[in-house]
Design a protein around this ligand. Structure first.
Ligand SMILES: CC(C)(COP(=O)(O)OP(=O)(O)OC[C@H]1O[C@@H](n2cnc3c(N)ncnc32)[C@H](O)[C@@H]1OP(=O)(O)O)[C@@H](O)C(=O)NCCC(=O)NCCS
Length: 168
């Protein structure tokens, strides 16, 4: 199936396309949303992100998807599964970044929970992780809310991150 979607109570999740550049720029140009990333991204860096994501779809069969309001189609964020190396082992990370104007409504937790279920039930993963910066409290709360547990911290991307994990 080329255009699968995941539907939840309030959200529609779909694959990313190059037409999402403007949507994603709303997150990537916001220094508050990008506080735990190396820098904000300009338009050409955002287009590179989309290419990297499409490459993940082709190479690994997973990647970040776009999250929209199910009723209005409004862009809310991105969430999906990204392969990441943790201590020399390839793990499946659930990643999530949402536009600041929709924080505090539970959308991220709803999308991450949908990916947790999709990962176990459809993709047949035995374990998924999340790797939030140790200071990113809203992100750690999302991981905990969907049933992940912090098992350790590691140095990755030049900083200390938690390894949150959930197994089947
Ligand atoms: C990480 C991030 C997605 C968390 O966003 P968030 O809005 O706190 O998370 P949720 O969408 O799950 O919303 C949860 C909050 O909404 C509240 N809420 C309101 N209505 C809700 C509902 N119907 N269901 C669940 N929670 C609801 C919850 O109580 C919670 O608030 P609290 O944290 O004050 O207790 C957001 O901060 C972000 O995009 N940051 C920038 C990118 C980033 O750092 N990503 C993480 C990389 S690891």
């Amino acid at each position: 199936m080329n255009n699968p979607v995941i539907s939840t109570e309030r959200l529609l999740l779909r694959k990313m396309t190059k037409e999402d550049t403007g949507n994603l720029m709303e997150i990537f140009s916001d220094p508050v949303a990008m506080r735990y990333y190396p820098s904000i991204k300009n338009e050409s860096e955002t287009m590179e992100w989309i290419e990297w994501t499409k490459n993940n779809y082709d190479k690994y069969g997973v990647g970040l998807w776009i999250v929209e309001d199910k009723v209005t189609g409004e862009f809310l964020g991105q969430c999906g599964i990204v392969p990441q190396e943790v201590d020399g082992v390839m793990e499946m990370e659930i990643g999530y970044l949402f536009v600041r104007r929709v924080w505090g409504k539970g959308y991220a937790s709803e999308a991450v929970l949908a990916w947790k279920n999709y990962g176990f039930e459809i993709l047949k993963f035995n374990r998924m992780v999340s790797l939030p910066d140790v200071n990113n409290v809203p992100s750690t709360k999302v991981a905990e809310r969907i049933g992940m547990q912090a098992i350790k911290t590691i140095n990755k991307w030049g900083k200390e991150v938690y390894v949150y994990s959930v197994s089947i």
